[in-house]
Design a protein around this ligand. Structure first.
Ligand code: GAP
Length: 443
């Protein structure tokens, strides 16, 4: 999770503020429980944020599961037997070094500050001590040691403990993967930078099980695949890089990790880690549970514990990167506009249907167009204010296409499709509209 302290390009700090402001103003992200003053660094995803997150999940699912024949999904529980976290090493080692400022009582991650409190400037800091990042809770009504459980800090373990179940029921042999997305929880000491680091977030993880000797090759393969996924969905290649971890950065389970990094306004930051987890987890669970997690290859008579290559991404952090990469300001007809140049599959809405006027004569046709589109695409319907203002509103939330229904449409059964980035307008027969737009989603 390290963030290298390279300076941001000029003007980029303004970009962060512009995107955070847009997120709140237009309903992508709200501070959680805002009417009670919120809860530090916890966010709720509003209507546009919920749609966009869903699109990010789907884009990941499409690339990692649907378009492949060697990956299957699961959806494991968030609460699980605490022995899982003993075996995985999370109870003993999933810690950050914590220091207290004796002067202002603020707490910091020792590896993120020099020997001075960033809040009050005091040098009177405690020694660093390990702080476990897992959220603890109790299962059932009795709050004693036997009832302790943890909210998962990664989705990965649900895939390791189900390795044999999945391999057997799907008749898979390595190389094959198990993929999962869902919420994860970490009691971060210093959450911040909006949704970049939060205590509750969403992960998208693949555990790819391979014969031991093949793991370096597969790690290289997944680094390239994952980097190209971000480009496919709209981030410019020069805003992305692969960065191998130094030895001292490696997680306790990893023999080597390479991060996909994005150039955030404050410097390069991790979007995803692609780790070689070796046989660390399967072996640990095998030893702790007494259940064999070996794979037996009937063709060769070989028996081995597979090694695992893990591309692990954050959906909520990725959403922030997509927003930062897409935000732009330009001038249309002498008027300034803010525009989110989001990929059509990532944008909250793919289409907005805009009747030119609220007049009753137009409404039935406009709603008919809406209903045709809604079966295949996420649409917004807006009939308030001038058409120019409505275009601006859609540009600002990234809607790639606006469909305008006007009085000529009643005569010629055609509508105007306006494209967000170029503002070009094309007249299209209503009968051809769905096909026309679908063809452009992945163009
Ligand atoms: N199973 C491997 C694993 O958990 P990680 O690098 O700790 O690896 C994977 O997390 C991804 O999850 C990160 O690259 C990041 O995108 C996201 N992530 C991790 N901690 C996060 C946090 N506190 N808030 C938001 N996203 C986070």
């Amino acid at each position: 999770m390290a963030t290298s302290p390279e300076p941001a390009p000029a003007g980029e700090v303004g970009l962060f503020d512009a995107v955070v402001n847009l997120c709140k103003r237009r309903g992508f992200v709200f501070p959680s429980a805002e009417i009670y003053g919120g809860i530090r660094s916890t966010y709720d995803y509003g209507p546009l944020g919920a749609l966009m997150l869903r699109n990010i999940r789907e884009a990941w699912w499409r690339a990692m599961i649907q378009e492949r024949d060697d990956v299957v999904p699961i959806d494991a529980a968030i609460l699980t037997n605490p022995k899982v976290w003993e075996a995985s090493g999370h109870l003993a080692t999933f810690t950050d070094p914590l220091v207290d400022c004796r002067n202002c009582k603020e707490r910091w991650r020792a590896d993120q500050i020099e020997d001075t409190c960033p809040k009050c400037g005091s040098k009177d800091l405690t020694d660093a001590r390990p702080f476990n990042l897992m959220f603890k809770t109790f299962v059932g009504p009795v709050e004693d040691a036997s009832a302790v459980a943890y909210l998962r800090p990664e989705t990965a373990q649900g895939m390791f403990v189900n390795f044999v179940n999945v391999a057997t029921t799907t008749r898979r042999k390595p190389p094959f993967g198990i993929a999962q997305l869902g919420r994860a929880f970490r009691n971060e000491i210093t959450p911040g930078n909006f949704v970049f680091r939060t205590r509750e977030f969403e992960m998208m993880e693949l555990e790819f099980f391979v014969p031991p000797a093949d793991s370096p090759r597969w790690q290289q393969y997944w680094c390239e695949e994952r980097l190209s996924w971000y480009v496919r969905y709209g981030i410019a290649p020069e805003k992305l890089r692969l960065r191998p971890h130094d030895k001292e950065e490696l997680s306790h389970y990893s023999s080597g990790t390479t991060d996909v990094e994005f150039q955030f306004p404050w410097g390069w930051g991790e979007l995803e880690g692609i780790a070689n987890r070796t046989d660390f987890d399967l072996r640990a669970h095998q030893e702790r549970s007494g259940t064999s997690l070996e794979y037996f290859d009937q063709a060769t008579g070989e028996r081995y514990v597979p090694h695992v290559v893990e591309p692990a991404a954050g959906a909520t952090r990725t959403m922030m990167a997509f927003l930062l990469a897409a935000y732009d300001e330009d001038e249309i007809g002498g008027e300034r506009r803010a525009v989110l140049r989001l990929h059509p599959r990532i944008a909250p809405y793919q289409v907005a249907v805009l009747p030119l006027s609220k007049k009753e004569t137009l409404t039935p046709l406009a709603r008919d167009v809406l209903h045709r589109l809604q079966r295949r695409l996420m649409c917004e319907y807006d009939e308030t204010q001038s058409i120019g203002r409505r275009y601006r509103r859609q540009d600002e939330i990234g809607t790639p296409y606006c469909v305008t229904v006007d009085f000529d449409s009643l005569e010629d059964q055609q509508v105007t499709v306006r494209e967000r980035d170029t503002t070009d307008q094309t007249r299209i027969p209503i009968e051809e509209l769905v096909g026309y737009l679908l063809a452009r989603l992945d163009a």
